[in-house]
Design a protein around this ligand. Structure first.
Ligand code: ADP
Ligand code: MG
Length: 229
């Protein structure tokens, strides 16, 4: 709920003279030096009319509007109040995403960033699809550093998820986020995501000693069999 008149007022205060001149209702110092008196008044009147029209348009827009602030202090309080209301409305108390959801989102953003200017790779997509559809073993993609392995897999995974929204796709790029290279955090995250997405009731082991690659493999096997952890 922005206060538009307030915004105009802010522009009056902070914009360089050349830009803000259009928003000044009265005559200003430089005008008296530059123009004869009649011309100054004509310019002031033209500006006032233009501003009135703009303010009317804003009032008629039906957007939330606050007018008549006392001074810049009060204007500042109103703007802050309005912004806080928007934040509280969009992110109410208790809506904080879980750690698992946050990490998943960060990984998703990383994949988006990697693939922003993606070119080529079509022949590999077919191979990856074939592997997914006909093989149950894990697939390792090997290649020199910087060759584009992560980018290829990110692009394929994002496209696959979009085309198959009900498939569970979990992306994890080591080094993409602060927590991503910690193997315990990684296992917890992947298991947490499986638990959340597939609505598994069993708890994830809390003790680090209980977590291992084998425990993740066991968990995935269970999930694939339609069971739980
Ligand atoms: N097919 C592609 N199209 C556009 N950019 C790419 C492509 N493959 C890789 N890149 C860019 O090259 C860089 C290295 O790729 P990356 O996938 O991280 O390599 P790797 O995982 O093999 O070490 C990244 O910045 C990525 O955005
Ligand atoms: Mg990589």
């Amino acid at each position: 709920m922005p206060s538009f008149i307030s915004v105009i007022r802010i522009m009056q205060c902070h914009y360089p003279m050349g830009l803000r001149a259009d928003f000044i209702e009265g005559a200003y110092h430089e005008e008296f030096e530059k123009y004869p008196p009649g011309e100054v008044e004509r310019r002031v009147e033209a500006r006032r009319q233009k501003l009135d029209r703009l303010k009317d348009r804003i009032r008629e827009s039906g957007l939330p509007l606050r007018e008549g602030y006392r001074d810049s202090e009060q204007l500042g309080d109103w703007v802050l109040e309005d912004l806080q209301k928007i934040i509280d409305r969009d992110f109410p108390e208790g809506s904080r995403p879980s750690k698992v959801a946050r990490e998943a989102f960060d990984q998703y953003l990383y994949a988006q960033r990697l693939t922003r200017a993606y070119v080529g790779g079509e022949k590999y997509f077919q191979q990856l699809d074939d592997h997914l559809n006909h093989d149950t073993l894990p697939l390792v993609v090997l290649g020199e550093s910087g060759l584009g392995k992560s980018t290829l897999l990110a692009k394929w995974a994002l496209d696959h998820q979009q085309a198959n929204p009900s498939d569970v796709v979990i992306m994890h790029f080591i080094g993409s986020t602060r927590a991503s290279a910690d193997w315990v955090a990684m296992l917890r995250r992947i298991m947490g995501e499986l638990k959340q997405t597939l609505d598994i009731k069993e708890e994830i082991p809390t003790r680090t000693e209980e977590l291992s690659a084998a425990s993740l493999a066991g968990c995935i096997k269970q999930v694939l069999k339609g069971g739980s952890f």
